[in-house]
Design a protein around this ligand. Structure first.
Ligand code: CTP
Ligand code: CA
Length: 225
């Protein structure tokens, strides 16, 4: 896609994007959460709408305004995110999981605020595994030919970790970020490599999150029937 030119190459398509980070409540005032700002997911939603798609944005705790012309579904926890994504994905041409989904949730929710007990150590927090939404929607596609994209932040051997994760999840594309100083969390800019299940590797140079979003949609469009 030429720079500055927006072609309606997603017209007539329904795409689902998850964004933000889930929060897993411990009690009415506390949760286990993560640092995802939601900016990359919102950029994906905005750029898809600009390219003519009908967009459902499943937003987990992102403190960002609703993008114009996008259908926003707000969720809190991973279990709620799963429900909203599965529902929206039923008739979707593509699903992009940009949300940071908590891997674990507290096994118990305290209806009242957890209080300190005099002279006593706190009770341990028992955690349960959350469902793996990306693996689930990839294994059990709502439509034949539906294109599914995941995101991963990795350290160490970023590409090898990304390849292994792509295979494990069963999705078509995996956007791999290297985590480090000034990268990824809350930043306006991003750099990544997009790995394809067909063995392709698309490097995306450091730049605005919109540019990465447009590269993702270019790769998705190339895989739609
Ligand atoms: N994801 C998901 N459901 C989960 C966890 C992750 O759908 N319970 C999705 C994320 O939205 C992201 C992708 O899977 O698109 C990769 O997330 P990541 O946390 O890197 O994968 P994990 O399998 O949880 O691996 P790790 O143990 O490295 O955290
Ligand atoms: Ca994880």
């Amino acid at each position: 896609l030429a720079r500055g030119v927006t072609e309606p190459d997603l017209a007539g398509r329904h795409v689902v994007v998850s964004a933000g980070g889930t929060r897993e409540p411990l009690d009415p005032v506390r949760f286990l959460g993560n640092r995802s700002s939601g900016k990359q997911g919102y950029a994906l939603a905005r750029t898809a709408a600009a390219r003519g798609a009908r967009v459902t944005l499943v937003s987990a705790n992102a403190g960002l305004p609703d993008p114009a012309g996008v259908d926003v579904v707000r969720v809190g926890t991973a279990v709620q995110l799963r429900e909203a994504v599965l529902k929206a994905a039923a008739d979707a041409d593509a699903v992009v999981m940009a949300a940071a989904v908590a891997d674990f949730r507290p096994a118990a929710y305290a209806a009242g605020k957890i209080k300190k007990k005099d002279g006593k150590d706190p009770d341990p927090i028992i955690l349960l595994r959350n469902p793996d939404i990306l693996a689930e929607i990839s294994a059990d596609r709502a439509r034949p030919g539906q294109v599914i994209v995941g995101f991963a932040a990795e350290t160490d051997d970023v590409l090898a970790n990304g390849r292994a994760k792509l295979a494990r999840k069963g999705c078509d594309l995996l956007v791999v970020n290297e985590v480090g100083e000034r990268k990824t969390f809350g930043a306006e800019e991003n750099e990544a490599v997009v790995l394809g299940s067909d063995g392709t590797e698309t490097p995306v140079p450091h730049g605005p999150k919109e540019a990465l979003a447009d590269t993702v949609w270019d790769l998705v469009v190339g895989r739609l029937d």
